[in-house]
Design a protein around this ligand. Structure first.
Ligand SMILES: Nc1ncnc2c1ncn2[C@@H]1O[C@H](COP(=O)(O)OP(=O)(O)OP(=O)(O)O)[C@@H](O)[C@H]1O
Length: 260
C-alpha cells in the first residue's frame, strides 16, 4: 500500500487489558479522498483514531503518514506533522470567542522568537497578517463570520462543531480526522455540515478520515469505508457497496431468527 496514500495502517493491534479493541486492522487512505470508519458501538473506530493520532499507540502494527512511521510518536508531534482532529464530544476552549478558538488552530505554525520580533518587528507583523489571512479564508468557507465574536459556550452545538472543524482546518492538515462530527445534530444541521465538509474538501484539497454513524451521511460524504465489528474488519470498499454487505447489515441489525 504505497503511491498516493496519505495514511497507511498496517495490521494494527490494540488491547485494553483482556479486551482486544483492534485485531490486525489494515487501511490506507488516499490523497484527496473522504474515507469513512463505520461500525456498531464498541467496534473499535475511536481506538483506531486514537492509535493514528498518538493518544493510544498500537501494541503491534505500523502507521505511516506520507511514508513516515508515526506510531510511538506523541500526539503533539503527530499533530505538527499534519494530522488535525476533532472530537466526539466537542473540545473547544471555554470562555473564549469563536475567533480566538479558531486562531488556536494556527499555534502549530507559531514559533515565538522574541529577539527576532524585537529586531525585525515588520517580520512578526507579516507573519501575523499571514495567519489572519488563512483564518479569514476558513471563516468565510464555513460561514462563521456572523458568530466570530460570540463566546463558544453560548452558541448551539451545531455551530460549536463547525468552530471545531474551522480550528482543525486552520492547521492546514495533510490528514483531517473527524470523530462523529454530526453527533447530536438535527437533520438540517447534519445537511449543513455535510455541505461544509464537501466545500472545504473542494477548496482546500483535503484528505479526510471520518467516524460516522449516520448512513445517509456516510453515503453522501465518503468515497470508501472500512466497517469494523468487534475490532475486526468485516468490509472495506466503496461506501454504498460496503454498507450493503450482508455481514455489515447483520452486524447492525442482527441475523433474522429463521436464518441458518
Ligand atoms: N481507554 C480504554 N480503556 C479500556 N477499554 C477501552 C478503552 N477505549 C476503548 N476501550 C474498549 O475498546 C473497545 C472499542 O471501543 P471504541 O471506543 O474504539 O469503539 P467505537 O467503535 O468507537 O464505539 P462508539 O461508536 O460507541 O464510539 C470497547 O470494548 C471499549 O470498551
Amino acid at each position: 500500500m504505497t503511491g498516493d496514500n496519505v495514511l497507511v495502517c498496517d495490521n494494527i493491534v490494540r488491547r485494553f487489558g483482556g479486551v482486544v479493541a483492534l485485531k490486525n486492522v489494515s487501511v490506507a487512505v488516499r490523497q484527496g479522498e473522504i474515507f469513512g470508519l463505520v461500525g456498531p458501538n464498541g467496534s473499535g473506530k475511536t481506538t483506531l483514531v486514537n492509535a493514528i493520532t498518538g493518544f493510544y499507540p498500537p501494541q503491534d502494527g505500523t502507521i505511516t503518514l506520507d511514508g513516515q512511521k508515526i506510531n510511538g510518536l506523541k500526539p503533539f508531534r503527530i499533530a505538527s506533522m499534519g494530522v488535525a482532529r476533532t472530537f466526539q464530544n466537542v473540545a473547544l476552549f471555554h470562555g473564549m470567542s469563536v475567533l480566538d478558538n479558531i486562531l488556536m488552530g494556527r499555534h502549530i505554525f507559531m514559533k515565538p522568537n522574541p529577539l527576532a520580533s524585537f529586531l525585525y518587528p515588520w517580520w512578526a507583523q507579516k507573519e501575523e497578517i499571514a495567519h489572519r489571512r488563512h483564518v479569514e479564508e476558513v471563516i468565510d468557507l464555513l460561514q462563521l463570520a456572523p458568530a466570530r465574536d460570540e463566546h463558544v459556550d453560548v452558541i448551539p452545538l451545531g455551530l460549536q462543531k463547525r468552530v471545531e472543524l474551522a480550528r482543525a482546518l486552520c492547521a492546514e492538515p495533510k490528514l483531517l480526522v473527524l470523530d462523529e462530527p454530526m453527533a447530536g445534530m438535527n437533520q438540517e444541521e447534519k445537511e449543513y455540515m455535510v455541505r461544509f465538509i464537501l466545500d472545504a474538501q473542494d477548496a482546500l484539497g483535503l484528505t479526510v478520515l471520518i467516524i460516522e454513524h449516520h448512513m445517509d451521511v456516510v453515503t453522501a460524504l465518503c468515497d470508501r469505508v472500512l466497517v469494523l465489528n468487534n475490532g475486526q474488519e468485516i468490509a472495506q470498499g466503496p461506501a454504498r457497496e460496503a454498507i450493503a454487505d450482508p455481514r455489515v447489515v447483520e452486524a447492525y441489525i442482527g441475523k433474522p431468527r429463521n436464518a441458518a
